[in-house]
Design a protein around this ligand. Structure first.
Ligand code: GDP
Ligand code: MG
Length: 735
């Protein structure tokens, strides 16, 4: 039932694509068919055949009304160069009901040829007449009423029935919401009598006023005047067949009234405008027809609002397509973690393009709807752009944090490499401020400071170049996010810098320290351990002194708290120093144990015992080597020397801390319970990891078992020396 009658020279869509956007003026479309169905092709014709889609408000709509076979189609075709079907000469063929539409040639005017408005003449009901009148008045600015001269004044004729319908319907449509007026243009055909057109016109006017006054108007409309709703115009034409050339002359004069805005009689005045943008026209027609045909309330303001919503949504969707392509292209480049330097301008361009595309089309629709939809569209757009912005900023923060770490680390490595500890005083007695001037200066602090500044300003630059002026995007959080990342890295860098310095200091000190201890061990005096512990404690002091200088030079950075929140960072510095000292004490005590274990390794220890034995056995009290005589008490000397030697074993077996309490230096240092470890500051300071440390569980150097074994081995060697001595006496006496 969607059978369509189209103009005989209508071209297929494919052919029309080859056309150069040129209207042929012969592209008629049946928009309402005899089954009262609306064509699905209207928007296609608007776009591809009539080229009106982009005209905005610059197009007009005219409809023709009148009894059948009064030469309506003939008139339209002459006037607008359209191609409506004319009844063949002499035939009395019944034209099918429906509404046809074509675009005038060389004018942006849509022409509606309404057929079948004379139902009463044929004894049919006036249903279609009403519907088509309602429809035409809703969309057409000018309605041409076509009638023969001899019909004028026949108040009870079919014509008047039609006019009554038009006026009634108009009241229904515009009664309450009087928006635009309609021009009723009476064209009186076959004007052959001598009656002047003015007389004919006033007769029509009088009839109209009479109809108007007899219309039953609802109470609030009872005072409405005919001319509040309509402007009336008249013209007449001669008999087309009898006065062909005069007819053509008059028609072309009439044509000027429809085509030439500079003409004083130009018909399309602004007050008749229906204000439907061309790109929404087909949709509007369709929804108006739908209301008309289902006999529902046709409320034009609501229709226009619905149209505005529909079209604004459609326009939003269409401008979002290229926009989203751009967004996803940009997202793809960002997703591998890079910073896109021209992201801001790309986003801005996409946004501006989209908005101007939207504005261009949508601003023609109902302002309240357009404004609301524009805000909605911008919300969508800005949310999507903000998504890109967030990825860009996240990438920047990540890259800045990584770059911060790499650069700061490289600079610190360079610094550490170029720093040799040349002024390190090993002698506790020479320890003084001036000798501890470190060549490290306060480089750590300035490296962190400047790299942090670089990172923050890099982020600021990216934010400035990426953000969109109109959007109030928050970025305080981004700065604090980067800052906290940098702070975390700074803690790590400070920690490794501290660790490096502590180990480096101890390494430098180690040789001197182990030599001192070795000497004391070799001495093996009874207060050996007291001496060793004193060397240890003094060593700690030397190292602490150095750390003190170093840590005070590290500055605030990387300490692991927000300097702005915590004014007395000195408290944190001294806690850090305290932990660093404790850590260095632990490490140096480990060094002490290492030196001892090296000194007391099996072979060296046996050698020590043997040397001790030899000192007593082979040398006399004046340190002169003994030549044994038979009279000498070799056995006695042997026992004394052996006992002396083996006495070393328990001395070496473990670190004797019994002297700590009676030695004031030791008592105040190593003797105090938190010399190696205190749990208090542990959680507050993040740059030093301090393990629990129990000196007392580390005191044993030789187990009982090892002592027995070494004693046995040493005894055997001493026995051998004893036997050698005995033998030398025997050989002497036998000579
Ligand atoms: P419509 O049904 O109103 O569209 O009328 P048509 O345009 O199809 O014309 C109906 C008949 O009237 C055709 O045979 C035309 O040749 C004829 N006709 C057209 N114009 C005139 C005219 O100005 N005067 C007269 N008397 N006949 C005309
Ligand atoms: Mg016709």
């Amino acid at each position: 039932n969607n059978e369509l009658r189209v103009g005989k020279s209508a071209v297929s869509d494919r052919e029309s694509q080859h056309e150069n956007s040129k209207r042929t003026g012969r592209e008629m479309l049946q928009i309402i068919d005899e089954n009262q169905a609306f064509t699905p092709l209207m928007s296609l014709y608007m776009k591809n055949k009539w080229f009106l889609e982009d005209k905005g408000f610059d197009y007009n709509v005219v409809a023709v009304f009148g009894s059948q076979s009064t030469g309506k189609s003939t008139l339209l075709n002459s006037l607008f160069k359209t191609d409506f079907e004319e009844l063949a000469k002499g035939k009395r063929q019944q034209t099918t009901r429906g509404i046809w539409c074509d675009c005038a040639q060389d004018m942006d005017v849509l022409v509606l040829d309404v057929e079948g408005t004379d139902g009463r003449e044929r004894g049919e009901d006036q249903d279609f007449e009403r519907k088509s009148a309602l429809f035409s008045l809703a969309i057409a600015e000018v309605v041409i009423v076509n009638m023969w001269e001899n019909m004028v004044g026949l108040y009870n004729g079919a014509n008047m029935g039609l006019l009554k319908t038009v006026l009634e319907v108009n009241l229904q449509l515009f009664g309450k919401n009087r928006g635009s007026k309609t021009l009723l243009y009476f064209v009186i055909r076959d004007h052959v009598s001598s009656t002047p057109i003015e007389i004919l016109g006033s007769t029509v006017s009088n009839d109209l006023e009479r109809i108007w006054s007899e219309l039953s108007k609802p109470g609030d409309l009872s005072n409405e005047k005919l001319f509040d709703h309509f402007d009336i115009k008249y013209t007449s034409l001669p008999h087309k067949l009898l006065q062909q050339s005069k007819f053509d002359e008059d028609v072309s004069a009439l044509r000027r009234e429809f085509s030439d805005p500079s003409c004083s009689k130009y018909v399309f005045k602004d007050i008749y405008k229906r204000s439907i943008p061309a790109d929404g026209f087909s949709r509007y027609m369709e929804s108006v027809w739908e209301k008309v045909v289902t006999n529902r309330d046709l409320d034009l303001p609501t229709q226009q609002e619905l149209l505005a919503q529909y079209r604004c949504d459609e326009i939003s969707a269409s401008v979002l397509v290229p926009f989203r392509e751009t967004v996803s292209r940009l997202r793809n480049t960002l997703e591998d973690g890079t910073i896109k330097s021209d992201l801001g301008s790309e986003m801005n361009n996409a946004r501006i393009t989209l908005i101007s595309q939207f504005d261009e089309q949508a601003s023609r629709y109902l302002n309240s709807v357009y404004t609301k939809k524009r805000i909605q569209l911008l919300n969508i757009v800005d949310t999507e752009l903000h998504g890109l912005y967030l990825i860009q900023i996240k990438n920047t923060i990540d890259i800045c944090a990584i770059e911060f770490e790499t650069k700061a680390k490289a600079l610190l490595d360079e610094l550490n490499e170029n720093t040799t500890i040349t002024d390190f005083q090993f002698d506790i007695n020479l320890l003084g401020e001036e000798s501890m001037q470190s060549s490290l200066k306060d480089c750590f602090s300035s490296i962190i400071e400047s790299q942090k500044k670089n990172s923050m300003s890099h982020l600021k630059n990216v934010i400035d170049s990426t953000k969109i002026e109109d959007c109030d995007w928050k970025f305080d959080g981004d700065f604090s996010n980067l800052e906290s990342k940098i702070d975390t890295v700074s803690i790590r860098l400070r920690k490794s810098q501290l660790e490096k310095t502590i180990t480096q200091t101890i390494d430098t000190f180690y040789d001197h320290f182990s030599n001192q201890i070795s000497d004391i061990i070799n001495e093996a005096s009874p207060d050996m351990w007291e001496q060793i512990l004193e060397v240890y404690v003094n060593g700690c002091k030397i190292i602490e002194k150095r750390l003190n200088v170093f840590i005070s030079q590290l500055g605030v950075h990387g300490l692991g708290y927000n300097a702005a929140d915590e004014p007395d960072y000195k408290k944190y510095l001294s806690m850090e120093l305290d932990l660093a000292n404790k850590k260095s004490r632990q490490l140096l005590f480990d060094c002490l144990l290492k030196v001892c274990r090296e000194e007391f390794n099996e072979n060296i220890l046996i050698l020590k015992l043997r040397t001790k034995f030899e000192e007593k056995f082979r040398y006399d009290s004046n340190n002169i080597p003994r030549i044994w005589n038979a009279a000498d008490d070799i056995d006695g000397q042997y026992s004394i020397a052996k006992a002396e030697s083996l006495k070393l074993l328990p001395l070496y077996a473990s670190i004797d801390i019994s002297g700590i309490q009676k030695n004031s230096l030791l008592k105040s240092t190593i003797g105090s319970p938190d010399y190696f470890y205190s749990p208090v500051e542990k959680d507050l300071v993040k740059t030093i990891v301090l393990k629990k440390y129990n000196m007392n569980s580390n005191l044993e150097l030789l187990s009982e078992h090892k002592q027995r074994e070494f004693s046995k081995r040493a005894s055997r060697e001493m026995d051998q020396l004893f036997l050698d001595s005995k033998r030398s006496v025997v050989s002497q006496s036998s000579q």
